[in-house]
Design a protein. Sequence first.
Length: 308
Amino acid sequence: MDRFRSMQVFTRIVELGSFTGAADALGLPRATVTHTIKQLEARLGVRLLQRTTRSVSATLDGDAYYRRCVRLLADLEETESVFTEASVKPKGKLRVDMQATLAHEIVLPELAAFCERYPELDLDIGFGDRTVDMVREGFDCVLRAGTQKDSTMVARRLAEMAQVTCASTAYLERHGEPQTLDDLKDHWAVNYTLAATGRAWPFEFVIDGARREIDVPGRVSVSNADAYFSCCVAGMGLVQVPRYHAMRAIANGTVREVLKDYPLPTMPVSVMYPHHRQLSPRVRVFVDWLAGLFSRWDAGVAGGGRVG
C-alpha cells in the first residue's frame, strides 16, 4: 500500500478510535488495515498507536505523526481538486453535526435543494448541543449557535439572531410579570447549563451599550435547547431564546415576551470546521450553501417572511 494510503488509514484510525471503524469508513478489510499499520510502524521505527481492549489512541509519536499526516493529506486533496471534476461536482460522504433546533427550523426544510444541486454527495447528519471532538469523531463541520471559542477551528459567522426574554402565560399569572431587572431576584429561571462545565448560563442584557449578566435562580437545569424552551412552556420559569424559536408560542398566547425595554445581545450562528479541512470541496460547497441559506433567512425574518 502506498504511503499516502497508509497515512489515510492511520488518520482514520486516530479520528475514529477504532481499526474496525476505519476499515468500514475506507471500505477496506480489517486485516488490511491492521497489516498497513504494522508496516507503517516498522518503516518508521516507532509505535504510533496505543491499543486496549476497548479503544485505540495515538502515542506521543503517533500524535506528532498524525498532525503532519493531516496537513499533507489536506494539501494533496487541495491540489487534486484543482485539476479534477471534484472541484465542480464534489462527491463522497459529508459528516455534519447541527444544533437540533437550528436544523429543524431552518436547515432541514431547505436541505432537499442542496441534495438536488450536489447529487453525488451523501450527508450523514448528527443532532445535538454538546461539544463534539470533530477530528476524533470524524465530523467535517458543525453548525452551532452562540459564541464559539475553539481556536483550533475555523468559524464562519452566518447570522446574528435577535433574542427575547419570555415566560409562559401560566407562569406569569402565578408569579407576576417582572418590570425591571431588579425584579428578576423574585423570579425563577430555567437554567441552561453548558455540558463541558456544568455552569448555568446567566441572563444577558445590553444596558447603555454594555453587556450585563444576571444570575437568576432556578429549580430546573437542562443542557438541550429544545428541552430548555419546553420547560418554559410548561411554566417552570423565564428563559432567553432566539426570537424565531418563540414566535409561534408567543403568537398563540402560550408564552409572553417580558422586559421588552431591556434588549438582549444577538446570538451568533456559525459553521465551524478544522483548519486542515477548510479547502475540501465537500465542505466548501456545504458551508457556502449554509451561508446563502442563513442570509436569506435573515432577510426573511427582517421582512416578516420565511426562507424560500
